[in-house]
Design a protein around this ligand. Sequence first.
Ligand code: 8YV
Length: 320
Amino acid sequence: MSRPKILLTRRLPDAVQARAQRDYDATLNPGDDLMDAATIAARAAGMDGLLVTATEAMNADAIAALPDGVRIIATFSVGYEHIDLAAAKARGIAVTNTPEVLNDATADIAMLLLLAAARRATEGQAMVRQSTWSGWTATDMLGAQVTGQRLGILGMGGIGQAVARRARGFDMEIHYHNRTRLPAELEQGATYHETVRDLFAASRFLSLHCPLTPETRHVVNAESIEWLPPGAIVVNTARGPVVDDEALIAALKSGRLGAAGLDVFEGEPKVNAGYLDLDNAFLLPHMGSATVETRDAMGFRALDNLDAFFAGGTPRDRLA
Ligand code: 8YV
C-alpha cells in the first residue's frame, strides 16, 4: 500500500522531518516560507493530511479551500485557536494538537519571565551592556521579592500545574482559577478562586496559562487590571490576545502595575511599540517551547497522531 501523503507547512526539527519522510510521502518546506490559505490549499493538492503550526491560520475559509483528499490536520502546538474546529468537523477533517510535551519548557520560560520582571532584568541588562553601570550600591536596583509571595495562575492545565510546581520551590503561595476546579491531588494545596476577579485580587504575581477563547480574549484589560493589587507583576506565556496591550502598557507606565514578563504578543511577530522602551517590561519572542527536546517531542507527538489516524485508530489528541 502506498504511504499517505502529508504536507509539512513549516520547517520542523531534523529528527521530526526524518521520521516524517521515513513513514510518509512527506512534502517539506525547507525554505520555511510562511504560507497563506491559498498557498496551503494549492500545495495540499493530492495530500491526505497536513502537519501545520500555530502560524497557519486554518480558519473556516482556509479549511473550505482545502482539497477533498485532506482528511486530517495535525498541529505542532498545544494551542489550537488558529484552527476552526467546527469547520473541520463539518468537512469530516480530523484535528489533533500536541498537549503535555511542552509543559515543562513553557513553565521554565514563565519562571524566567516572572523572575526577570520581578528583579528588573531589563534595566540591569541595559546598564551592563551600555556601560552605564557606575558600581554597586545598597539602595539601587531593588526589585520585588519573589519568595513567599502569592502567585495567581489563570488556567490550571498542564502548563499551569508545571508553573505551580516550580513556584512552590520558590515558597510561593499558589492561587488559581480554572473552568473546573482540580481534584485535591492535583491542586496540591493551591487555593481555588471561583472567579477571575477573585483570583486577580489575590495575585501579587499573575501568570496566564489559559487557552485563547472568546472568553479569555483581553481578560487582562483596563477594568481587570484594577482588580490586581497595586504593583502586581503580570506574566504571559499563553497567547498575546489574552492581554489588552494598550491597557497593560498604560498600567506599566503609570506604576499601577510593577512589571510584566511577556513571551507572546497580539499580532506577533509585530510587538506593540509601547512596550519597547518600558524598563519594567521583560520581553521574549515566543520561545516557551523552544528547546531541542521539546520541539522534537512536539513533532513526534504530531506524527504519533497522524500514525494512529492513518492506521484507522483514534489519535490520542483528537480535537475534532
Ligand atoms: C509553539 C505554542 O512553539 O504549542 C503552542 O501552542 O504556543 C508554542 O509553544 C508554537 O505554537 C508552534 O506551533
